[in-house]
Design a binder for this molecule. Sequence first.
Ligand SMILES: Cc1ncc(COP(=O)(O)O)c(C=O)c1O
Length: 244
Amino acid sequence: MGLCSVIYLDYHATTPVDPRVAETVMAAMMTQFGNASSVDHVVGDRSREAVAQAKQEIADLVNCRPKEIIFTSGATESINLAIQGTVLHHEKKDKIPCIAISAVEHKAVLDTCHALEKQGRIELISLPVDAQANLNLNDIERVCRQGLDLLCIMAANNEVGTIYPIELIGAIAKRYSVPFFCDASQAIGKIPMNFADWGITLLAMSGHKLYAPQGIGALIRKTDHPLNSFCLVEDSSKDYAPAH
Ligand SMILES: Cc1ncc(COP(=O)(O)O)c(C=O)c1O
């Protein structure tokens, strides 16, 4: 069956690349191909400018600072960096961290946490959901009050479409000083997300859910949340406003 005879409606799995995005990516690969770290010539400067502009657009979309954005290969990598980076930080202090997740997180969260639990590296609490995949906010409050090192709740469910009250959940986490990781892959670009004002500590997003190519994503992180990673390079630059 040829693709032209298929009506594709599974845009929550992945979207085609928007022609305007494809054009910009093509130009970046063919003409503006400089290394954004090559600060000593104009080709590098142009790439640095393009990266700064991309960060600014993401910052405007989710209300964060450009400096808080770490580009990744997609939400799966963002999720692993957020969870494993937090766990490694605690391990360095000889602590086994306690993590709470909803029972219906994406497989990237579930598999990562179950593997860490099996290795004896985390204590894991799985929060139950009802028949519509809704969480009980009292359950969240109870586990936060008991003391948690990371709360992981997605913004919108990839299987059944349930949307979670992230602003309320973030307020609960903040009340008990619990770092809050939100996998917002299915929400960003569709419903409002507010990183700065909703008590979110870490936020994962994926490009190919909103008309960007597969293989690009971001982790947004409050800079005071410690993440240990073998591959994380801190952005030491000041917030950089691109020239338009
Ligand atoms: C809620 C959710 N989280 C994470 C992912 C993984 O995203 P990526 O393909 O960018 O790794 C997906 C994609 O299916 C998703 O729907």
